[in-house]
Design a protein. Structure first.
Length: 167
């Protein structure tokens, strides 16, 4: 048997929990909206790959022929990156499926990892060749500037350029 005081405590507790949940929800929404407004006001948004390429092209002050070579390089990067993903995604999926089994076959896992690693090595060699071909069209000063862009870790464009070659 419950007393009258105990019977009244449950609805009050639920009411308090509801108010706490509402207050927490309101607080989180305010922080989210504030962050969204702040990012819009400051104009800080990540650049798209196309914007990064355009900015790199502009900073290097490329001639028409160099711009064409740069576009060929970018197409090569995109195509080879897509191919790498298409080849490695099933291998990685197979590894996860094998790991999920009660008795995973380590030979199957090792074979898939080795194949994915070899695909990445091939990709890196191909990207190095494509990059070298593009860099061959640049003047020594432009080449130096491109390398400096690629070496700056705080620069998002440079980070993206490095990721093109070593994703």
């Amino acid at each position: 048997m419950t007393s009258i005081a105990e019977g009244d405590a449950k609805p009050r507790l639920r009411g308090r929990l509801l108010w706490v949940a509402l207050a927490l929800s309101l607080t989180l929404n305010i922080f989210f909206i504030s962050g969204l407004v702040w990012s819009r006001m400051t104009g800080e948004r990540p650049m798209t790959p196309a914007e990064r390429f355009q900015q790199t092209e502009s900073e290097l002050n490329l001639s028409a022929d160099q711009r064409e070579a740069f576009k060929v390089f970018i197409r090569e990067v995109r195509q080879r990156s897509r191919t790498l993903r298409e080849h490695n995604m099933p291998l990685i999926q197979n590894v996860w499926e094998e790991l999920a089994k009660p008795q995973p076959d380590q030979t199957v896992i090792a074979r898939a990892v080795d194949e994915a690693t070899e695909n990445r090595r091939t990709y890196q060699r191909e990207m190095t060749a494509a990059l070298s071909a593009f860099l061959g069209t640049l003047s020594p000063a432009q080449r130096e500037q491109f390398v400096e862009l690629a070496k700056r870790p705080q620069d998002q464009r440079a980070h993206h350029i490095r990721r093109l070659i070593l994703p």
